[in-house]
Design a protein around this ligand. Sequence first.
Ligand code: ZN
Length: 286
Amino acid sequence: MSVPRQPDPILTVDVEEWFHVCGHPGYADVAAWSGMTSRVGPCVDMLLDLLDGSGSRATFFVLGWVARSHPGLVRRIADAGHEIGCHGDLHRRVFEMGLDEFREDVRRAKGVLEQQAGAPVTSFRAPEWSMRSASNPALAVLVEEGFRLDSSLVAAPPVGEISNPSRPALLQTSAGPILEVPTLSGSFFFRRAILGGGVCSRLSRFSRVEALMAREMRSGVAPVLYLHPWELDEKHPPMRLSVVGTLVHFAGRLRTRERLIELVARYRFVPISSATASVPAGGAAR
Ligand SMILES: [Zn+2]
């Protein structure tokens, strides 16, 4: 009897500037962004160099504002063989907008990304996992706007309800189905946390993250990892954040690059659109 091949892990990048921090009054003024030091271009280029020749391909969830401010960036990512997804337009959390505002935000971002990529953009990730719940009506808006995949839900309070799917699942919305592909999660100090990227992952032992990845792959599910370009930036400008905000943004940050180098040496990563194949039989829950 042939053993089914394990799925390849999925790599995703949320393409935003270092100052795209949700909920911080010092960085919320969109008009001020163009006066801040831009670092996204060189950081994305560093990532592309790192992935070049590795055989791995990733999905880059790009902010509409970044695409407009850096003409040519989306093209460089796509020309390197990677997939373009949408991270919203102005890095606003879903629950801070009405449904009409949310529709306007994603429509504007999708429009510029598709124009620059020259291909349909059908995958979405909300800033700061702000979809929060599998019953959020904003998921139906995504379907109506032409998205087929969402990667905004996590089953890790407080950023996502514990009842959210923790593996790929076909969600039914009032506008039709959407494939939810959550980021790798696991326990961190006895609580459920995102371990596919972010501060809890950076502060976890690398072997722990790899063990979680292996467990998922053995059960036929592609683990989803994520990172931000600013996590690799040795010239990251200083920030004025709270103690907790500083911890979340900076703690263990410079481990990201060395871990990524090890990961692409060990695994062949694939874009998130390949997750459609990884839904286990009968696993299309909720
Ligand atoms: Zn973001």
